[in-house]
Design a protein around this ligand. Structure first.
Ligand code: HEC
Ligand code: HEC
Length: 369
């Protein structure tokens, strides 16, 4: 099924590239009867990911070995920024689950802090889509992974570059035209192709190997290597799902969902006068203070926490949920209950959160420069 879809999308790409009669230079640079040489790439998913909807791969940007290789090189490419000082990977470091651990707000090319905490990048192809706003960034500003990748390059607090400059820098680097040719059948660098390649690489960032993942496999009779949850972590999980206790699962998922979020945008009660959040996009008063519910996977690599990096530790996060909730008109109703967590229960809950750590993800050589 997936293979058929891929083949079909190659046909579409082939047709659309040959229809580019508005750009005769491109046509002249290619032999019209060039065979399509890209190698389809099928995502290798952990077995327990069968319990969720399949990854969404756009028909006009199928995964190919050549596209992913180009996207990886571009992800680590500092020429995407002013003065060639930052790459995507400067703020999304593979060793920190593609996050900038330790920074509350990311630092841009000019040394100025941005507005938000950088988001870790994994399992992006599984993000939910919404009819009236985007799926990406804390406030749902970006519709697709491709569209998202345009943003950081020109952002005045991030890479501070222009797309024409990026295109010309890449075009004049002898390494790139052959790679674009391999990936997209044209040596002409184009911003749309840059973001397509980067998005292909980003969709390969699958994280699904932790003690909590092993527990899902164990409970479903799927073979696993390494350990599943120990007694303390299991107690933590019971608090996580317990409606009278932590009750985290309404937003951050429940076995066998291996994503640890449902991706909905919510106000979890951080502030009495919250930041606009999703309302910045939808312009609805009812969306003020709503932010994307983040995954709880790989938290040991992504501190500090929340959209503004206000909490340094998981202890601070759990204390907030236990006794720091601030009410406001758009607060999610499940935040208003009293989460009576004893000191021992807090320790158990944190042990469970740490058990959703995928160490193989942050050391995977396929994701390193
Ligand atoms: C200066 C640091 C910085 C750089 C450089 C940077 N990012 Fe980000 N990234 C962030 C921050 C901060 C956010 C959250 C932004 C927001 O919500 O407004 C983010 C969010 C994202 C997201 C959204 C993830 C989600 O789950 O919604 C993606 C995808 C992403 N960045 C990819 C990229 C790519 C691709 C590049 C290079 C073209 C890049 N970033 C460059 C800091 C950076
Ligand atoms: C009503 C939905 C909801 C519930 C219930 C909920 N959360 Fe959250 N959680 C969110 C949202 C939304 C955010 C992001 C908030 C922001 O930054 O503005 C978040 C953020 C977090 C973060 C920060 C992650 C990061 O990458 O910065 C952690 C950790 C966390 N929650 C753990 C928990 C735990 C533990 C529980 C149960 C005690 C819980 N959450 C209950 C919605 C919820």
């Amino acid at each position: 099924m997936i293979k058929t879809a891929l083949k079909f999308s190659f046909i579409i790409i082939f047709l659309s590239c040959c229809k580019k009669d508005d750009n005769s230079d491109i046509i002249n640079n290619q032999k019209q009867d060039d065979p399509i040489t890209q190698t389809p790439y099928v995502l290798s998913l952990p077995q327990h990911f069968v319990y969720i909807d399949p990854p969404q791969i756009p028909v006009d940007n199928p995964l190919t070995v050549e596209g992913i290789a180009l996207g990886k090189k571009l992800f680590f490419e500092k020429k995407l920024s002013k003065n060639n000082v930052l790459s995507c990977a400067s703020c999304h470091k593979p060793e920190d689950a593609f996050n900038d651990k330790g920074l509350a707000l990311s630092i841009g090319v000019d040394g100025t802090p941005g507005l938000r905490n950088a988001m870790p990048l994994f399992n992006l192809a599984f993000n939910k889509t919404f009819p009236d706003h985007g799926s990406f960034n804390w406030h749902g500003a970006k519709l697709t992974i491709e569209q998202q990748a345009f943003g950081p390059v020109t952002d005045k607090l991030e890479m501070v570059e222009t797309w024409p400059n990026v295109v010309s820098k890449l075009q004049n680097d002898p390494a790139y035209p052959p790679l674009f040719e391999k990936a997209f059948n044209t040596p002409i660098v184009d911003s749309n192709l840059v973001v397509k390649a980067i998005a292909q690489f980003e969709r390969t960032l699958i994280s699904g190997n932790s003690k909590a993942d092993n527990e899902i496999k164990k409970r479903n009779g799927i073979a696993y290597t390494g350990q599943a949850l120990n007694a303390q972590e299991k107690r933590g999980y019971e608090l996580f799902i317990g409606e009278g206790k932590g009750d985290c699962m309404h937003c951050h998922g429940i076995f066998p969902n291996p994503l640890w979020t449902d991706f909905e945008f919510r106000n979890n009660g951080l502030d009495a006068n919250p930041d606009s959040g999703l309302a910045q996009v939808t312009k609805r008063a009812s969306d003020v203070g709503k932010f994307k519910t983040p995954s709880l996977r790989n938290l040991v690599f992504t501190d500090p926490y929340m959209h503004d990096g206000r909490f340094q530790t998981l202890e601070e996060v759990v204390d907030f949920y236990a006794s720091g909730i601030q009410s406001s008109p758009t607060i999610d109703p499940t935040m208003l209950k009293n989460r009576n967590l004893t000191p021992a229960e807090k320790v158990d809950l944190i042990a469970f959160l740490k058990a959703i750590t995928d160490s193989t993800f942050v050391t995977n050589p396929a994701f390193r420069e």
